[in-house]
Design a protein around this ligand. Structure first.
Ligand code: NAD
Length: 488
């Protein structure tokens, strides 16, 4: 039976007002842990809604830019306080909307709060350099100006952290924002925007339009008054957005998929390596762009590593992320579950050997959700589809290697380059890994997933448009440099 009591309808937020879409259509967001529970109804918006939001953002931008960085920072501090007040509620909404366990959702929301406070401080930091001019009587320096209106298009896997790590730097540097969150994360995004509204952010500075990517996202990407687009999501969508932005000369930033390797060297601490492989590969149901996907293990320790891994994976508790003790929740949606299941079938058909899991999980209590069992394949070769394409689910592929050089060559032999890790005690091996791995995030004796808000984050190769998000690196995307030459 469908649970429909007290289902709230979430509106668009345009020019400081909550409004229904001009389409008059809503779509339901359901709980992936229980397909019968409706979490909320969200606006299925149109191009005209986007147009109104972009107009509001454009109108508000100059006044927002005119505030000092410290004044803009004060708004971010106030938004952080609002979020903190609603921490548990927002985390619960995230768990009910996309399945992540409640402790992880809470941790992510706390990260969102920390990101807001970090960028609030950035409003007081330097934005330029003085450069000696060849004219000794002149002053030459750089300053930075906002892009104008920034479009934010975000995925569902980090419903709070990603919208905030895009919006906070956009705002602190004087841009106004139109955000379109992923459908599966819209209720949570709406709560973040409610916090912004409650914090008194001026009308038009932040606008949210919800709905289908192919309509709302595409309208933002193609809008002539959107000066910059920051996108995180799949490669297929990213490329479309990049082309649209390039065609009209807008700045764009794309953070996309990964196929992240971990190398287990013969000299590694195997218990640590197993812990990092399980956590990196299976936490959040493998739905992190930095999730471990391919596990290269040196032959000498292959059997010992595999035995320990199998022992540990058996301990994973699967279930509704709101229940205490759940370690792994469902896939975020039915279509995500079906994608993961189809990759598992491909792995079997390609001749990889399934050594754990391998299908829909129907343990007691999971019957109504989109659950996939943690899955481990061995006898995987690097040319198999499951070793090349992003699965975005709880699936690990074990690949036996003779040497670290072989592991590195295979690890790099994919189109992606987001994160990579190695477990070893040898400093020489660490250094060659740091130098030679094709990844924007390199982690030694630590799992592939793990991003710190004060450090640059982004990928190489097809994982990124090569810009970096977060930390002080964010200023590069969200501003333009002006070089100023002054002669009195
Ligand atoms: P997705 O590409 O399907 O959707 C991302 C966003 O784009 C959503 O808001 C969606 O509605 C919108 N969209 C869809 N079609 C569009 C179009 N034609 N024009 C404009 N916008 C459109 O991705 P997803 O399934 O939400 O997220 C999973 C993907 O995100 C994975 O590939 C994952 O690796 C990637 N990801 C990357 C990072 C990173 O930082 N590199 C972080 C998290 C997730």
């Amino acid at each position: 039976m469908t649970t429909t009591t007290q289902v709230k309808t979430y509106l668009n937020y345009i020019n400081g007002t909550w409004v229904a879409s001009l389409s008059d259509n809503v779509v339901t967001s359901i709980n992936p842990a229980n397909r019968n529970e409706i979490v909320g109804r969200i606006q299925s918006s149109t191009e005209e809604d986007v147009d109104k939001a972009v107009f509001a953002a454009k109108q508000a931008q100059k006044a927002w830019q005119k505030l000092s960085g410290a004044e803009r920072g004060n708004y971010l501090y106030k938004i952080a306080d609002q979020l903190e007040r609603r921490l548990d509620e927002i985390a619960e909404s995230m768990t009910r909307e996309m399945g992540k366990t409640f402790p992880e959702a809470k941790g992510e929301t706390m990260r969102g709060i920390a990101i807001l406070r970090y960028y609030a401080g950035e409003g007081m930091r330097k934005v330029g350099d003085v450069i000696p001019s060849t004219d000794s009587e002149a002053l030459m320096f750089t300053t930075r100006v906002p892009l104008g209106v920034v479009g934010v298009i975000s995925p569902w896997n980090f419903p709070v952290a990603i919208p905030i790590w895009k919006m906070a730097p956009a705002l602190i540097y004087g841009n106004t924002v139109v955000i379109k969150p992923a459908m599966e994360a819209t209720v949570t995004a709406a709560k973040v925007v409610e916090c912004m509204d409650k914090a008194g952010i001026p009308a038009g500075v932040v606008n949210m339009v919800t709905g289908a990517g192919s309509v709302v996202g595409a309208a933002i990407a193609n809008h002539t008054n959107v000066n910059g687009i920051t996108f995180t999501g799949s490669n297929v969508t990213g490329k479309q957005i990049g082309h649209a932005a390039l065609a009209r000369g807008a700045k764009y930033q794309l953070e996309m998929g990964g196929k992240n390797p971990v190398i287990i060297a013969a000299d590694s601490d195997l218990d640590l390596a197993v812990e990092g492989t399980i956590s990196g590969g299976l936490r959040s149901t493998g739905q992190k762009c930095t999730a471990t996907s391919r596990v290269f293990v040196q032959a000498e320790v292959y059997d010992a590593f595999k035995d320990k891994l199998l022992e540990k994976v058996k301990e994973i508790t699967i279930g509704n992320g709101m229940e205490e003790g759940t370690w792994m929740g469902p896939c975020a949606s039915e279509s995500q579950m079906n994608t993961v299941l189809s990759y598992i079938e491909k792995g079997k058909a390609e001749g990889a050997t399934l050594i754990f899991g391998g299908g829909y999980c129907d343990e007691k209590g999971t019957e109504d959700g989109f659950y996939v069992s943690p899955t481990i394949f061995e006898n995987v070769t690097n040319d198999m589809v499951i070793a090349q394409e992003e699965i975005f689910g709880p699936v690990l592929a074990l690949i036996k290697v003779k040497t670290i050089e072989e592991a590195l060559t295979l690890a790099n032999d994919v189109e992606f380059g987001l994160s990579a890790s190695i477990y070893t005690k040898d400093i020489g091996t660490m250094l060659s890994f740091i130098n030679e791995t094709d990844a924007g995030l390199v982690r030694i004796n630590a799992e592939t997933a793990g991003v710190e808000l004060q450090a640059p984050f982004g990928g190489m190769k097809q994982s990124s448009s090569h810009s970096r998000e977060q930390g002080q690196a964010a200023i590069e995307f969200f501003t333009s440099i002006k070089t100023v030459f002054v002669k009195a």
